[in-house]
Design a protein around this ligand. Structure first.
Ligand code: ADP
Length: 649
């Protein structure tokens, strides 16, 4: 059964890949041999990403997901972790050899009684060797942590993305899409920063402080005590203040820039409305305020930085002055060597950088931790529609659909559908009509198991769809949404979306069946023409035809079709109706009809109102019954005498 009759279209030109790109100019003669070597070398170096190792069974993934922590992520790469730890230790220790060597050179080679050029030269050479050594270890460290970060980020991105693919539709509300994008961009970015540079630096600076403290105490205890007691408390107090203040400041900066971007984007997207309502002046005024807040936030953080940076330097200089006095006195009384005093000075300088860096890195560290936490929350959201552990394959179906006492609400406490009982026979075309928000689309979503009923069951050929595997169910269902979504790729890719393995002949058949021939012939490269982002280069009628072709090619037994509400020109309308005739032929079809002209051609019309089925039957019967449908129909007939076709919903 269908809409009656096949909509004939012009025949599509034969098998083979129609319209394959015919490159202008000379025929392709292969890669010249001298280039081929280079290509081989390149290919040999290409990393092998292997088969994607994805597991869609929910049970294991739940266990996996719980593990998400910074430590857990890093431990996936134990070898690199060990290497980078060793490199961090070696680097932080080796970096501190300089002042100690200077001390030796001064005391053993430059002071009265010890003037030995050879000693100075040997120590200078050793110094040079250390410089070379640390530059090598630092390079290795950056390389290893870079690889580590890249690996961890890659794993995380795949993990989050595959989790998103696994989640049920209720997760993807418009509001959540923004959150997900933030997780995938800024949160993962934060982590990348932290892993690539932050963690290693954090460790190096921390270790450096410990190493310097140890060296200071082994060089001269009393001087070390003076240094530590004078300098460290002042620095700690300042750093604690800075951390709190800068966190507040950066929060304000982040909010500020977010507001600026939001305001900008709103003005750009709404530019027509803005112009039409003469809001330009007001918008400038508003934007000035938003930008002003951002400026104030930046001024605030600049002020904090101005206090902290120079402030810590001041503490350092004061420390040095005290050291010069006290240490100088010790040198005069021979209780300290001049070399040791110089070493102290040098170490003192090196003491500040780590503290300042640690404070800065700490912010990054906290942001990274916060990001891990947010990602963990995202990863621990469970799909609501899950496959039962004992789910069976749905065998080839005839296409009988039964709603058995179904009640459903997106929020279980607020039912959207109530006590729905309906049987759709195999091969029948049923149109759902009713006011907007009545629950028509929701009924359709239950058939495809985008959601599960709160009460009752949906059965296909007698199988409760909650008991069959999701794959085997959805393989036999076709869905054509109201707004067809085209993916980046060629027309062919989009047609063969559900069955990428479809042969050229099958694609050609689909093109012919839904009446896309004319469009395809008009395209420069036929079905291999790349459609622009979301098919914006095609008309909405053409996009719908492609969506119908996609459904045709998938050969579903049951088709769920949300009729497009957008107004099409008469010609597109006729073509789509013809395509529907072909598509609905000999399969069960559920049609969410927004136009009565479409609905009245179905085998049966089901009137949905406020979550209940109020009437069901063929067009003529319902009109004769003088109920809700007859009312709608009368209104439509009345209306269409005055204007073009009205919407049914
Ligand atoms: P129709 O297709 O008849 O216009 P729907 O089935 O789309 O109606 O919607 C029925 C009711 O469910 C409406 O009140 C609508 O607001 C609500 N609804 C639809 N989708 C969602 C959703 N994803 N989350 C929460 N409520 C929803």
């Amino acid at each position: 059964m269908g809409f009656g009759g096949w909509g004939g279209g012009p025949m599509f030109g034969g098998g083979g890949r129609p319209g394959a790109p015919a490159a202008p100019g000379l025929p392709f003669g292969g890669i010249p041999s001298e280039l081929q070597d280079g290509v081989d070398a390149l290919l040999a170096e290409e990393p092998d990403h292997g088969e994607p190792d994805l597991d869609f069974s929910q049970h294991q993934s739940a266990k996996e997901r719980r593990r998400l922590s910074l430590r857990g992520l890093l431990l996936e790469y134990p070898r690199m972790l060990v290497i980078s730890t060793i490199l961090v230790i070696v680097t932080s220790v080796a970096l501190q050899a300089g002042p100690k060597l200077t001390q030796l050179a001064v005391d053993k080679g430059m002071t009265t009684g010890h003037r030995h050029l050879s000693v100075v030269l040997v120590i200078a050479a050793i110094y040079l060797a250390f410089v070379g050594f640390t530059s090598i270890t630092q390079r290795a460290l950056v390389k290893v942590t870079g690889r580590l970060a890249a690996g961890v980020m890659n794993d995380l991105r795949v993990k989050v993305f595959s989790h998103l693919q696994r989640l049920s539709l209720d997760f993807f509300t418009a509001e959540k899409a923004g959150v997900v994008m933030t997780r995938m961009t800024s949160d993962i970015e934060n982590l990348q920063q932290l892993l690539q540079d932050g963690l290693a630096q954090f460790a190096i600076q921390g270790l450096t402080m410990i190493v310097i403290t140890v060296i200071l105490f082994t060089t001269n205890v009393s001087l070390a005590l003076i240094t530590v007691l004078l300098v460290v408390p002042a620095l700690v107090v300042m750093s604690l203040w800075f951390r709190v203040a800068s966190e507040r400041g950066y929060d304000r900066v982040r909010d500020g820039i977010a507001n600026v971007m939001a305001d900008l984007s709103e003005s750009l997207h709404g530019v027509r409305v803005v112009t039409a309502h003469n809001r330009q002046r007001f918008n400038i005024f508003h934007h000035r305020n938003v930008v002003g807040e951002y400026r104030d936030a930046n001024i605030y953080t600049a002020q904090i930085n101005a206090v902290y940076g120079p402030g810590t330097q001041l503490v350092g200089w004061l420390g040095q002055a005290a050291l010069l006095g006290i240490g100088g006195e010790m040198v005069v009384h021979h209780s300290l060597s001049p070399g040791a005093l110089i070493a102290f000075f040098l170490y003192l300088n090196r003491f500040f950088a780590p503290i300042q860096l640690l404070v800065q890195q700490y912010n990054g560290f906290q942001q990274g931790q916060a990001s891990v936490l947010k990602l963990r929350t995202l990863l621990s959201s469970e799909p609501t529609v899950t496959q039962a552990p004992d789910a069976v394959e749905l065998p080839l179906i005839e296409g009988e659909i039964v709603f058995d006492n179904v009640t459903f609400g997106y929020d279980p406490d607020v039912p959207v559908l109530r006590d729905v009982n309906l049987r759709i026979a195999p091969g029948e075309t049923v149109a759902f009509v009713g006011p907007t928000g009545a629950g028509k689309s929701t009924l359709a979503k239950l058939i495809t198991r985008f959601y599960d009923p709160t009460v009752g069951h949906v059965r296909i050929d007698g199988h409760d769809i909650e008991g069959v595997t999701l794959d085997s169910l959805r393989r036999q269902l076709g869905v054509v949404p109201q707004e067809p979504f085209l993916f980046a790729g060629t027309i062919r890719d989009n047609l063969a979306f559900a069955r990428p393995s479809a042969s050229d002949a099958e694609v050609a058949e689909a093109v012919r069946a839904v009446g896309l021939t004319e469009l395809v012939e008009r395209m420069p490269e036929g079905v291999d023409t790349v459609v622009h982002e979301r098919g914006q280069s095609l008309s909405s009628g053409e996009r719908q035809l492609i969506a119908l072709g996609r459904a045709f090619l998938a050969h579903p037994r049951v088709l769920v079709l949300d009729e497009a509400t957008s107004n099409l020109d008469l010609q597109s309308e006729t073509r789509i109706e013809a395509a529907l005739d072909v598509l609905l032929e000999a399969r069960t079809a559920v049609l969410i009809a927004h136009r009565l002209s479409t609905a009245m051609k179905a085998d049966r019309i089901v009137v949905v109102d406020n979550g209940r089925i109020v009437e069901a039957g063929p067009h003529a019967e319902l009109v004769a019954r003088q109920g809700r449908y007859a009312e709608m129909y009368a209104a439509w007939v009345n209306h269409s005498e005055h204007s073009a076709e009205p919407a049914a919903s």
